[in-house]
Design a protein around this ligand. Structure first.
Ligand code: FAD
Length: 453
């Protein structure tokens, strides 16, 4: 095929230049490549941690493309075809989008481009195995993790794509919008590779021993670079296999965690409605609490004032840093859905608004797993006890004291049970908003009832 003069590389969840099949395709099919990012108001919440982090990553990508990246603001369905006309691009290359909104948007963009005789070309996905590819023997998708994980291993995956030796960025005078400035923070492909390399050589060894400990905080924190595509999971998997530690139990555990990310993207691909609706139809009519009293409890949960120290510490860290450890995401989600009996999308929305790594598939299916409406194989009777979870995974109370100053006067694990100490509430820590044992019983009754209906 004769290369047309220009193609567009439309960046989305793939803000990197290494291991980027769509970039390779763009370079192969044109003499010049115009790199573009569209700031889509439908996806950006002004000032949110995720938007701030995205802008920081785009600042880094601007440098990596030596200033060639063009930023445009607006609905991509208008912006991309208009830009393709401006630069006479025959093709617009993208990494295939797998979320419901992204898929709908790309269909519309492809139609608008085709109208003009141009083409949207999708190559690769943000996953090691593209969502939708793994099916069971009867051709249906998996809804439980373990069989999916086995099939994922059997399926195999390609090696990382090599970086083009030369990228002929288009340097014509294509006007773009200025990138809003954001505070300096760790972002971009270089930082992602550095973080990953440090974890591979350091933190990985203890990963399977320590990954559940919010006090130690020794997980990789790769969810943020993965969210923005600053690194591809294929690169991570290849590095794990090549590194001597890649044969360790810790490396196997790490791969399993990455497969959870792939699994949830696959579930969402097959069931786009499961983003906001129960995956298990039998639990769709589970009764939840609403009204003024429920709103009061939700506010206490959001602000870290439930009176359960490990829940409050996690929720306060979320508000402060846009981050929460996986163990605490489970505990906090269980508390909202099973102690406060609040509908899981209320919590999922709050997490998406605050998490820097907020990702529709992992977040909303993480929530559904905890709420019992999703992919958990033993769902509804798993109710996390916030006190035993705290004492087990933050055994010295270090994490709680870090985030809940009102409990700093309590030493060791006693910070998890201020109600057992005469001076427990001396510094204004709130009393428990509900009694966990009572609410656990209530949850089991409600779930049993919903299943029988
Ligand atoms: P590590 O322990 O170092 O794990 C390595 C990678 O594996 C992670 O970066 C992530 O990509 C993947 N991973 C690990 N655990 C999971 C999991 N349970 N599900 C899916 N992928 C996983 N993850 C997000 O990326 N974005 C979210 O919005 C999100 N929301 C969640 C909400 C709830 C209620 C729950 C229970 C989990 C959620 N997770 C989410 C999954 C998990 O909590 C985070 O991926 C993890 O805490 C990120 O920290 P890390 O990178 O240090 O993880």
């Amino acid at each position: 095929m004769t290369p047309s003069t220009t193609s567009i590389l439309w960046f989305r969840r793939d803000l990197r230049l290494n291991d980027h099949p769509a970039l390779l395709a763009a370079v192969e099919h044109a003499a010049h490549v115009l790199p573009v990012f569209v700031l889509d108001p439908a996806l950006l919440a002004h000032g949110s941690p995720r938007t701030q982090r995205l802008l920081a990553s785009l600042t880094s990508l601007t440098k990596d493309t030596r200033g060639a990246l063009v930023i445009r603001t607006g609905d991509p369905v208008d912006v991309i075809p208009r830009l393709a006309r401006e630069v006479c691009a025959g093709q617009v290359h993208v990494t295939r989008e797998t979320t419901p909104y992204g898929r709908r948007r790309d269909e519309k963009v492809a139609t608008a481009l085709a109208h003009d005789g141009r083409e949207l070309v999708a190559t690769g996905t943000p996953y090691a195995v593209g969502p939708g590819r793994i099916l069971n023997q009867s051709g249906s998708p998996y809804k439980v993790f373990t069989p999916f994980s086995k099939a994922w291993h059997r399926h195999g995956r390609p090696a990382p794509a090599s970086r083009p030796t030369r990228i002929p960025w288009l340097r014509a005078d294509v006007p773009g919008d200025p990138l809003p400035t954001v505070p300096r923070m760790e972002a971009g492909e270089g930082a992602a590779l550095k973080r990953w390399d440090a974890f591979l050589r350091g933190g990985l060894t203890a990963y399977d021993r320590e990954r559940d400990r919010p006090d130690l905080d020794t997980t990789s924190r790769m969810s943020v670079p993965l969210k923005y595509g600053e690194i591809h999971p294929r690169t991570i998997l290849a590095d794990l296999a090549a590194h001597s530690a890649g044969r360790s139990q810790a490396a196997n555990t790490y791969v399993t965690e990455l497969i959870w990310r792939e699994f949830y993207a696959d579930v969402l691909w097959h069931e786009p409605d499961s983003a906001w609706h129960a995956l298990r139809p039998e639990l769709a009519r589970l009764p939840y609490d609403s009204g003024a009293e429920a709103d009061r409890l939700v506010d206490a949960w959001r602000e870290g004032r439930t009176g359960y120290p490990i829940v409050d510490a996690g929720m306060r860290q979320l508000l402060e840093e846009g981050w929460m450890h996986n163990r605490l995401r489970m505990v906090a989600a269980s508390f909202l859905t099973k102690d406060l009996h609040v509908w899981w999308p209320v919590g999922a929305r709050h997490f998406l608004d605050h998490l820097v790594d907020g990702d529709l598939a992992s977040n909303n299916h993480g929530w559904q797993w905890v709420a019992g409406t999703g992919t958990d194989a033993a769902p509804y009777f798993r109710v996390f006890n916030p006190v035993t979870q705290g004492k087990t995974f933050d055994p010295d109370g270090e994490y709680v004291r870090r985030w809940v100053p009102e409990l700093r006067h309590l030493s060791g694990a006693s910070a998890h049970e201020p109600w057992k100490h005469d001076n427990g509430y001396d510094n204004g820590y709130p009393r428990r908003v509900v009694d966990h044992d009572d609410e656990r019983r209530e949850t089991l009754t409600r779930y049993e009832g919903a299943r029988r209906r």
